[in-house]
Design a protein around this ligand. Structure first.
Ligand code: PMP
Length: 384
């Protein structure tokens, strides 16, 4: 499965080509940018730059058209043909989740309502919900997990009651790398509970189709999916009009960011999300197999209750591990001095904190097999 189709992909990333000695293994933090995205932004800023919906001259109108087209592109990228969804551009997942919590949920909450929050996920998907709940006497309940770090939808089903207004969930976990079986959420909670999905680690990595999920909100960041930093979106199933407008939405939009996101979705479509997802799964499997052969390392996450094969299927290009003796910070430092750029810390995880201080390796379309093998060699040298 590890075929060299990918050499052509890698060659499109100028920063990687300029630094052949560096193995960039931190794509879950942010992705590298393909030339096509950089070209689209430069082209816009040198031939089409104008503010949107502010003028009647052609540059302004074309910018407005680009934004409308980019919203439609987000819809089709997410497999949405409903005709009643809204797309709101925001700076990224953190702002997007905060906007859903503050501008959509909070005004709708009444004393006695309940919300369900995923305390073992990213803090960006925890804090805004607690803030939204703080104004009224709202009961905040903890999303249940099973031992494989999936949502425990049997327990979730029993927790949901007539006053449950919203559950917050995550598409792909940023530490364990597992897709969180989000298709099981709607059947578990029934038709009237809003579901908000943090797709920061899934968007642009794994195909995500909203129609069968029947979720209410999907929030993501462009910068983790080949676009520029500072752009992301909220896809809202039923909020096309002014019923829901995140604060600040009426200001000047981040037009070059939106242009970059549109170009990134084009690039992802051309390259093929299926192929990208298969590639990072295969590399992740190579890495976990290699780690399993070394005594000093413990891989965190989704294998515990799964067969090895299905754990690999579920791990979407993120592998997190610990050395039994060397601290994760030291390990990260050692790897870095070999040009292996990984992430070493507690990864902004809600309720785990220090407990999960670990090294995270994250892969993408441009990651080379040799980089994973170089990492494994470096890790093997520290094995005893
Ligand atoms: N949710 C998850 C699962 C993430 O991995 C991240 C990024 N670390 C975020 C939210 C926040 O994304 P951003 O920093 O782009 O707002």
């Amino acid at each position: 499965e590890l075929l060299p189709w990918q050499a052509g992909v890698r060659a499109q990333f100028p920063q990687l080509m300029a630094h052949p000695g560096m193995a960039y293994l931190d794509s879950a933090a942010t992705s590298q940018k393909p030339q096509a995205v950089l070209d689209a932004v430069l082209d816009y800023l040198t031939t089409g730059n104008a503010n949107a919906a502010r003028g009647t001259y052609p540059w302004a109108n074309r910018t407005t058209d680009r934004i409308v087209r980019a919203s439609d592109q987000v819809r089709s990228f997410l497999g949405d043909r409903s005709g009643h969804s809204g797309v709101h551009f925001v700076s990224g997942t953190t702002e997007g989740l905060r906007a859903v919590a503050r501008d959509w949920l909070a005004p709708r909450l009444r004393d006695g309502d309940e919300i369900i929050v995923p305390f073992a996920d990213h803090s960006a998907n925890i804090v805004p919900w607690l803030e939204a709940a703080s104004g009224a006497r709202v009961e905040v309940r903890a999303m249940p997990y099973d031992e494989a770090h999936d949502y425990d939808t049997d327990r979730l089903r029993r927790m949901v009651g007539p006053r449950t207004r919203l559950i917050a969930a995550t598409h792909v976990h940023h530490v364990y790398g597992n897709d969180m079986n989000i298709h099981r959420l709607r059947p578990a909670v029934g038709p009237s509970v809003a579901i908000c999905l943090d797709a920061a680690q899934g968007f642009g990595h794994v195909p995500l189709s909203v129609a069968p999920l029947d979720v209410d909100f999907v929030v993501f960041s462009g910068h983790k999916a080949m676009a520029l930093p500072g752009i992301g979106a909220i896809w809202a199933a039923n909020e096309r009009g002014p019923a829901f407008q995140p604060a600040g939405w009426r200001g000047s939009p981040n037009t070059s960011g939106i242009v970059s996101l549109a170009a990134a979705m084009d690039w992802l479509d051309r390259t093929g999300l299926d192929r990208i997802a298969r590639w990072s799964r295969a590399l992740g499997a190579r890495l976990t197999d290699g780690l399993d052969r070394l005594d000093s390392y413990e891989v965190l996450g989704c294998q515990s209750s799964l067969s090895a094969a299905s754990a690999v299927q579920r791990r979407q290009g993120i592998v997190t591990f610990r050395h039994r003796e060397i601290s994760s910070n030291d390990l990260g430092f050692i790897l870095e001095s070999d040009g292996l750029l990984v992430r070493a810390d507690g990864h902004c995880q809600g309720d785990q904190g220090e407990k999960t201080s670990s090294v995270r390796v994250s892969l993408h379309a441009y990651t080379a097999v040799e980089e994973v093998d170089r990492l494994l060699d470096a890790l093997a040298a520290l094995d005893h």
